[in-house]
Design a binder for this molecule. Structure first.
Ligand code: AMP
Length: 217
């Protein structure tokens, strides 16, 4: 049995065509089903639905053999684990694309604050990415860890800036925030448990190959 860990939403939806390329169809809809383990048209392949941040944990510890996770999630997971995630990452799947950016309130002069060398208060869920970004720029920041609704932090005075994922930019706009810096482009990657790859080499290799053939341009 090959267990594939996916998170609901964009990653699940955008992984379906890759599975189809491997001749695999998920036979239940996660939006209507309450099941956390979804069968597929292949008796030896099943999908487990987990939180996006839990995908690397499931795969690293063998709860799943393979998984799909955003680059953001993988960097933060490695950061929380001393820089070593123990995961084999054979493919950038080029799905669930977005960018990691710095955003501020429209009336906050970010450039001036950086030039003056002021300490900037930055709220984010992505502390590893933010820490590294500002350290590389030589900007002093106080990082404030949040678990959601980052946009609220500059609006309430909790922080001067946020580091968050941006896709269309609509969320920032709706909250009067402006993107002042792009840190990196984000897409989702295939991650594989190294022991599973050794034990179950052929079917996992075949799956990786099929996925590779269907990566969107
Ligand atoms: P948007 O309004 O399209 O710019 O989307 C921004 C919101 O969606 C923010 O709250 C982000 O945290 C979230 N978001 C955007 N893209 C992704 C992604 N690929 N994965 C997870 N969350 C995302």
């Amino acid at each position: 049995m090959i267990t594939l860990a996916l998170s609901k939403g964009r990653i699940f939806e955008e992984t379906l065509p890759l599975l189809a390329a491997a001749g695999i169809e998920v036979t239940e809809d996660p939006e209507t089903s309450r099941k956390l383990i979804l069968p597929t048209t292949r008796a030896d392949v099943r999908v487990v639905l987990v939180r996006a941040t839990d995908v690397p944990t499931y795969v690293a510890h063998g709860g799943a053999d393979i998984g799909v996770a955003g680059k953001d999630i993988l960097i933060e997971y490695a950061g929380d684990n001393g820089g070593n995630d123990g995961l084999y990452q054979p493919l950038d799947l080029n799905i669930a694309k977005c960018r990691m950016s710095v955003a501020v309130r429209a009336d906050f002069d970010y450039e001036a604050a950086v030039k003056q060398g002021s300490r900037i208060r930055v709220a984010t869920k992505y502390t590893t990415i933010a820490r590294e970004h500002f350290a590389n720029k030589g900007v002093h920041v106080d990082l404030i860890k949040l678990y959601g609704s980052m946009e609220l932090a500059p609006l309430t005075g909790l922080a001067d800036a946020i580091v968050d994922l941006v896709s269309t930019g609509n969320t920032l706009k709706a909250n009067n925030l402006v993107e002042v810096e792009q840190i990196m482009l984000i897409s989702s990657r295939l991650v594989v448990n190294q022991a599973a790859l050794k034990l179950n080499r052929e079917p996992i290799r075949a799956l990786i190959k099929a996925f590779e053939s269907a990566i969107p341009k």
